[in-house]
Design a protein around this ligand. Structure first.
Ligand SMILES: [Zn+2]
Ligand SMILES: [Zn+2]
Length: 332
């Protein structure tokens, strides 16, 4: 076995590297910069070149980090290691390990639909595939991105006609910029929370084309915000006081919003089921495209997905350690 599941995360013993370790290790390989994958404290890091500045912004400028271009390979103790686009958020990768003819791919988080910002998902053939399962239930089925964007714009224009400001929650790395690109135009006023603006800046330095928009300031007066759409991180939706924006409506853009009536949905005026993860159909498609004879399921509805794959005669199992099975939705 090229990889094993330990209490510190996915470990390749031959190369002596951990992938997205949950604890500090000597050599960490990072798939992408969301907080459940990129942890501080490791002695050295390796990641895709496009992710370097994002990773530094997230976990510290002083980290020892090596960047590898998509598709290029490095060899450690005879293990050939390369990075391939995961389509999840800017700079996200699947990690491919090859040793003596055996290939293992650790996908991190991924989505198949091209979002206009993130490098497009690349199917990678392998013997062993480690897949996430954040939305691995048949009920999760995403609408195409352009249809979701149209629904958001309708909600926005309805609110404009009522004199309401719109506040929409979106994860600050990835989803927020995706929304910004979809909603921004010369005629429309989009503003972003300061934490999102910081990431916009980092992404521009990394070469991504992110529209220049104003930062939302609490000191802004209501007139300045007439007809505006303000993109904020999810925590701000409940924590920040938008009372001076009255009248306003809020919404949340997340895969969880695709299931109406969920408790999460009800606390917002509107919900849009836009996710940076694969839905049920695309998880299945991704697994098939790898041609893998062995699949490990992590992060999410592990039991459901592993059982389903087994019924399809794919040798699937839940990834070993409990630590990998913790359901996180910090970046959905
Ligand atoms: Zn993620
Ligand atoms: Zn994740």
């Amino acid at each position: 076995m090229l990889i094993e599941f330990t209490s510190s995360g996915i470990f390749c013993r031959t190369a002596g590297v951990y992938i997205d370790p949950s604890k500090p290790v000597s050599k960490a390989i990072i798939t992408h910069s969301h907080s459940d994958h990129a942890k501080r404290g490791s002695s050295s890091y390796m990641t895709c070149k496009k992710n370097i500045q994002i990773l530094r912004h997230r976990i510290g400028n002083s980290i020892d980090v090596t960047g590898i271009d998509y598709g290029d390979a490095v060899s450690i103790n005879g293990v050939k290691i390369s990075f391939h686009p995961a389509g999840h958020i800017p700079g996200s990768s699947q990690v491919r390990l090859e040793y003596k003819g055996e290939v293992c791919v650790v996908s991190g988080d991924y989505k198949l639909e091209y979002d206009g910002l993130t490098e497009e998902y690349e199917p990678v053939k392998c013997n062993t595939f480690v897949t996430e399962s954040t939305f691995a239930l048949p009920v999760f089925k995403w609408d195409p991105q352009n249809e979701i964007a149209e629904s958001i714009k309708k909600w926005w224009s309805r609110n404009k006609s009522k004199g309401n400001v719109c506040v929409i929650g979106a994860y600050s790395l990835g989803k927020a910029q995706r929304l910004l690109k979809l909603l921004h135009s010369d005629e429309e006023r989009v503003l972003v929370h300061s934490s999102i603006q910081q990431i916009n800046h980092v992404l521009r330095l990394a070469g991504y084309d992110i529209p220049e928009v104003k930062t939302y300031e609490q000191s802004m007066n209501r007139n300045e915000l007439e007809g505006a759409m303000i993109i904020v991180p999810p925590a701000s939706l409940s924590a920040d006081s938008f009372s001076k924006l009255e009248p306003y409506e809020n919404a949340f853009a997340s895969g969880w919003m695709a299931v109406r009536g969920s408790r999460r949905w009800q606390s917002f005026d509107a919900g849009f089921g836009m996710s940076d993860h694969a839905d049920w159909k695309d998880l299945n498609e991704a697994v098939l495209m790898t041609g893998a004879e062995k699949v490990f399921v992590t992060h999410g509805f592990t039991e459901v997905f592993a059982r389903w794959l087994k019924e399809k005669n794919i040798d699937a199992e839940i990834a070993g350690e409990k630590s990998l099975q913790v359901r996180t939705d910090s970046d959905s």
